[in-house]
Design a protein around this ligand. Structure first.
Ligand code: NDP
Length: 294
């Protein structure tokens, strides 16, 4: 049976440190960090994530505000909201919760956010800094994964890492971060996607397997090298009549099977998701302290 990589305990530890730093900042500057979340539409998953982020902010002393708009908001109006937040000295950082309605171009929105306030780390300037290894806001989910690897002292140097999924917010940045000349890093990384051939042959050579493909329980035991470390980013609500709620939450990894062969594994829920929120708080603190952009 695998060792559980516990995102709950690890994120609580990180949040305690952040809370202490926030208290120190308030003592020195008489102002708490302020994070704004912009939510468009009524997607239940997005509403849930935004609520979790607000709760997490409150728990560490960060002020959080929610700007909520109808799904009918035009792109031009949303860009105006972003301009307003970019120029509001009271706001240290903000996020625009994704996905956005299909009539809004996500790139236009992300590109409009001031890099200094882009605490999601999605702006091309911040992605570029990440690639170059400069101080920046790391995208929250990859940053959360790095924190877990550090906390559990999982060696990445010289290891074969396989990342499943090449999205701009998870797969691509974590593959770049783990191949950088850094610690964690110095790994040999293979990035797979829906056009990759012989997937099972590739995954079964991974010392560390990171699944971020958005396919429930896709990774099975036979795809995993014995004693590999498995990081499950996926999050899905699937029907389960045996559960009193009628559903259960699962990841991209078949936990029941894979936990029998992996050395370490992240659970869903209780793994990467909580770390994503902790990393967002960390970025907000950085924004308030102006350590990335002065
Ligand atoms: P995207 O849908 O943006 O990207 C999915 C990626 O997986 C794409 O690169 C796609 O390939 C690839 N892919 C899809 N199917 C296969 C397959 N059968 N074999 C190989 N590759 C495949 O997903 P995200 O990165 O945004 O999210 C991934 C998962 O992580 C989702 O379940 C999401 O809910 C979850 N998530 C969790 C977070 C957390 O905090 N825990 C944060 C963000 C996401 P191609 O590029 O060729 O289409």
């Amino acid at each position: 049976m695998s060792i559980l990589i516990d995102g709950k305990t690890t994120s609580e530890k990180i949040k305690s440190r952040i809370a202490a730093e926030v208290a120190h900042l308030i003592d020195n500057e008489d102002k708490a960090p302020h994070l704004v979340a912009v939510l468009v539409g009524q997607d239940p998953a997005s509403e849930f994530y935004v609520k979790s982020k607000e709760k997490a902010c409150q728990s560490v002393g960060i002020i959080s505000s929610l700007y909520k708009y109808s799904e009918k908001i035009t792109e031009a109006d949303l860009l105006q909201v972003i301009d307003f937040l970019n120029n509001d000295p009271d706001v240290d950082g903000f996020i625009v919760q994704l996905p956005l309605p299909s009539h809004i171009n996500v790139d236009h929105v992300i590109n409009r956010i001031s890099p200094a306030k882009d605490v999601d780390g999605f702006h091309p300037m911040n992605i570029g800094k990440m690639v170059l290894g400069a101080e920046t806001y790391l995208p929250a989910t990859p940053a959360g994964i790095l924190m877990l690897l550090e906390e559990y002292k999982i060696e990445t140097e010289g290891k074969n890492v396989v990342v499943l999924g090449r999205s701009n917010i998870v797969g691509t940045p974590i593959s770049i971060l783990l191949s950088r000349k850094a610690n964690p890093g110095n790994a040999t990384v293979t990035l797979c996607h829906s056009k990759s051939a012989n997937l099972e042959e590739i995954t079964s050579k991974a010392d560390i397997l990171i699944a971020a493909i958005g396919q429930p329980e896709f990774v099975k035991a036979h795809m995993v090298k014995p004693n590999a470390v498995v990081i499950d980013v996926g999050i899905h609500r699937i029907e389960d009549k045996t559960n009193p709620k009628g559903y259960r939450i699962t990841g991209d990894v078949d936990f029941a099977e894979v936990s029998k062969v992996a050395s370490h594994i992240t659970p869903v829920p209780g793994g990467v998701g909580l770390m994503t929120i902790a990393a967002l708080l960390e970025n907000t603190l950085k924004a308030a302290k102006k350590t990335v952009y002065r």
